[in-house]
Design a protein around this ligand. Sequence first.
Ligand code: HEM
Length: 449
Amino acid sequence: MQQRPSARASVLETVVLGVTALIPTLAQGAILRRPRVVRLAARFDTNRSAHRTLARLRRRHGAGPVSVAVPGRRVLLLLSPEDARHMFTATPATLTPTAREKARGLRHFEPDGVLVSAGEVRAERRAFNEAVLDWGAPAHRLFPALTPRIRAEAQALLDLHRGSGRPLDWDDFSAAFWRIIRRVVLGDAARDDHRITDLLAALRADADWLSLRRPKERTREAFLAGVRAYVDRAEPDSLAALVAGTPCTEGAEPAGQIPYWLFAYDAAAIATYCALALLASHPEHAERVHTEIDGAEPDRPATADALPLLRACVLESLRLWPTSPAVLRETTAETTWHNGTTTPAGTGVVFYSSFFHRDARHLPYADQFEPDAWLDGRNQDNWALAPFGRGPAQCPAQDLVLCTAATFLAALLRDHRALLLLPRRPLVPPAPLPRTIDHTALRFALTPK
Ligand code: HEM
């Protein structure tokens, strides 16, 4: 059979894509958000313009993938759930998650992470991540021990909020969440170790420039040495202790997996904070969440079956405002797509989450808050939805993240109601939810129930 290449975007389409989708996404910082640019992007709802551009491409070229020239190579933009399914379910041997753009960015702070690894070591590192993160288990084994720590940090945040008389803002929320992240990943001794996360932030800021900035080797070495010290310390009830105690193969680079975990957990803070905003704007769902929290035994640790509605609210927050703007792959063999077109090896493949997650063609409630769709099976077989990726490279920490977020929200809301003070343009139905959000601008009052 004769091979047919995928449709190509014209020069004009490529320029429009660059201006409406690529530049705004990169400018906001895919690895470390730049607050001023995020504010601007939200003001102009840039994801809405990006969405229009992709929808126009689909009208013109059909639902098959479209090939776009980017500096240095061609990438393939997926436009249909069928192709998304193909991308997610392919094995790393034919469509590797280690796309070169990702590797160029992430090597600034995680030179040995699974996401920048290829071939056999990738498989070893993936297996090690799955073992420590309890991928596939009903709940992470550390959760009984972590629950009281998460609740204590929520209480400290509530005390601060009450004591200061100020609204709850992103700076305080994120500081509290970072204390949790450091305790979960590195151990209680790291609770106030701002130095290690400041070093990481400096490296992440450079990572957003890909190869345009050289990795700061001294900063990276200081950061990685700090991480290794926590693994040596192996404080009980931390992921660092599990890293130290989990048998692994030679290429697994156990401590080298931790930088990515610290970075990725930060996204959970954003998703949790936006979920709080959704609840504050949807009183009928907030009522149900309060009933769920009241029904949960306060001393029982969060498990996979605990707080299902709250977990669904966090998933919904990630659907509406995905913290990973795109999931990337790279073909390592010739690949055939659902419309019969083929792509050679070495092509970048893009699943643009903010487009797929809001695609009314495949999701009747695209622009509404619909947490129940995660509980009643409506979202289950929908390949347009991948807040944590899917298939063999799916995020192995999904349950750890959802448990952390739901436990934290439950602790904040057990005795309080959240009132959204800002933004002034409310997130209230029937108006469609904005496609771009500036989480740093959200402000809340937490009033006693
Ligand atoms: C809100 C928080 C998070 C979100 C939305 C998220 C989402 C994702 C996504 C979309 C991927 C790519 C999947 C793919 O390529 O198909 C991924 C991969 C990954 N995530 Fe997460 N993640 C989060 C937090 C975390 C945390 C806290 C950890 C570790 C403690 C983690 C560990 C990983 C690892 C190791 C991979 C690479 C998997 C591989 O390439 O095989 N993630 N995550």
